[in-house]
Design a protein around this ligand. Structure first.
Ligand code: ATP
Ligand code: MG
Length: 413
């Protein structure tokens, strides 16, 4: 038997129906906040991610699915593709601020575990063109709003400001000096990162690293007036929206393009993979990818993790609709008549089902019950000769005699 690749998911009809519900709800909320959808290819030139996300990040250094001699890569995240498209299509000419959202599959070659897959989907939003703190507040509020709309409780926002490149490089110099005394004590991963991506040592999950980092220089102390003010304004805005947050000066996030504000929304229902949503400002990315200097901010939310949180919160998903009508037939002639009738009813938006297995009347009746059909009509020799049939309402057993040709006009509501 051929099975699905490791770290991928099948969405059987029941799961697909739930996912569709989640997506529809997200789209409605995005519309209320006036974000418009953007779709980009499933794969991009590898160079886009190398330059956009950064060579030393986990994603680029070990998680990408690349092919055709590494020329192309299945997208591991959407911000770089969105910005590529923004520049390529000169979206700034349409409006100076672009508010975009996406729902799309991502691909990362990770070790699969609960809430961590190799193919997964994200809902994400980006505000491109505004450096105002109000954009940060709106975006975080959007993230918080839809999680609350789903009735999710026990959420925690962690927020930080990681400064601009100048502020960060001054900090990194001191951080490296400090960490140099601990090279033997750091986890092997962090010891390696000391040379490749020292900032990430700050959010190491390793207990030894955490102890060492406790006394390290604090990035916030290296911020200038502008970023400190920006940070305080964002916090003030969140307060005025009654959004609780926790400042975490070690929240640096895994992608190189972040500057200034970074944030994550965590759920206590997710175990080790506790981040349901993550994002931040990336004021340098547009420029870095060949566009004009353009500030921007965005987040991405993993839909599989969102689903796990919904399940843990006992979220009640809507039930799929049951058929309005089940057409039960007996005999070849009736079967053909019902086939046409069903087609005409469906053309009128009546959700109508009929047997495709040549089953007996009794087992068709069973099937109608199983499907929870609201009405049934039996068409057999008798009905054909009288040219009329009884429409039976299953809820109370009441019947209405109707000419066969009038069934199509019956109100099944
Ligand atoms: P993590 O620290 O959990 O690896 P990340 O920093 O790599 O997350 P981002 O790249 O910011 O995550 O992606 C945003 C969101 O996408 C995450 O918060 C999570 O909900 C989801 N996500 C990321 N990687 C995966 C994955 N492999 N499988 C499922 N969801 C994922
Ligand atoms: Mg990751």
């Amino acid at each position: 038997m051929i099975t699905k690749p490791k770290g991928t998911l099948d969405f059987l009809p029941e799961d697909a129906f739930k996912r569709l519900h989640v997506e529809e709800k997200l789209r409605k909320i995005a519309a209320v906040f006036n974000y418009r959808e953007i779709r980009t290819p499933a794969f991009e030139k590898t160079e886009l991610f190398r330059r956009g996300i950064g060579e030393e990040t986990d994603i680029v250094s070990k998680e990408m699915y690349s092919f055709n001699d590494n020329e192309f890569t299945l997208k591991p995240e959407m911000t770089a593709p969105v910005i590529r498209s923004y520049i390529e299509n000169s979206l700034y000419n349409i409006s100076p601020v672009q508010k975009l959202y996406y729902i799309s599959n991502m691909y990362r070659h990770e070790r699969p575990q609960a809430g961590r897959y190799r193919e997964f989907s994200q809902f994400g939003a980006e505000i491109i063109g505004s450096g105002e703190y109000t954009a940060d507040i709106e975006l975080i509020a959007l993230g918080m709003f839809f999680l609350k709309e789903f009735g999710i409780k026990n959420l925690k926002i962690k927020i930080n400001n990681i400064g601009n490149l100048t502020e960060r490089s001054a900090f990194l110099k001191d951080l490296k000096l400090y960490l140099n005394d601990y090279t033997q004590k750091l986890s092997s991963e962090s010891a390696r990162r000391l040379f490749t991506n020292p900032l990430r040592i700050l959010d190491s999950k390793d207990q030894k690293d955490i102890e060492i980092v406790k006394n390290a220089p604090v990035l916030y102390d290296y911020l200038g007036e502008e970023n400190k003010n920006h940070f305080q304004n964002v916090l003030g805005g969140l307060k005025s929206l009654d959004i609780d947050y926790e400042i975490d000066h070690n929240l640096v996030r895994g992608l190189d393009y972040y500057t200034s504000t970074t944030f994550e929304i965590l759920s206590e229902n997710l175990g080790a993979q506790n981040a349901v949503l993550g994002g931040g400002r990336y004021d340098m990315l547009v420029q870095q990818l060949g566009g004009k200097p353009t500030p921007a901010i965005g987040f991405a939310c993993g839909l599989e993790r969102l689903t796990l949180v919904l399940q843990a919160n006992n979220y009640i998903f809507p039930e799929p609709k049951s058929p309005d009508l089940y057409l039960i037939t007996s005999g070849e002639k009736a079967k053909n008549k019902a086939l046409v009738l069903a087609y005409n009813l469906r053309m009128k938006n009546v959700y109508c089902e009929l047997d495709l297995l040549g089953r007996s009347i009794k087992s068709q009746m069973k099937e109608a019950n199983k499907l929870n059909a609201r009405y049934v009509v039996v068409i057999g020799e008798d009905e054909l000769s009288k040219n009329s049939a009884k429409i039976k309402k299953m809820a109370d057993g009441s019947e209405v005699e109707t000419a066969l040709n009038d069934i199509v006009n019956y109100n099944f509501n």
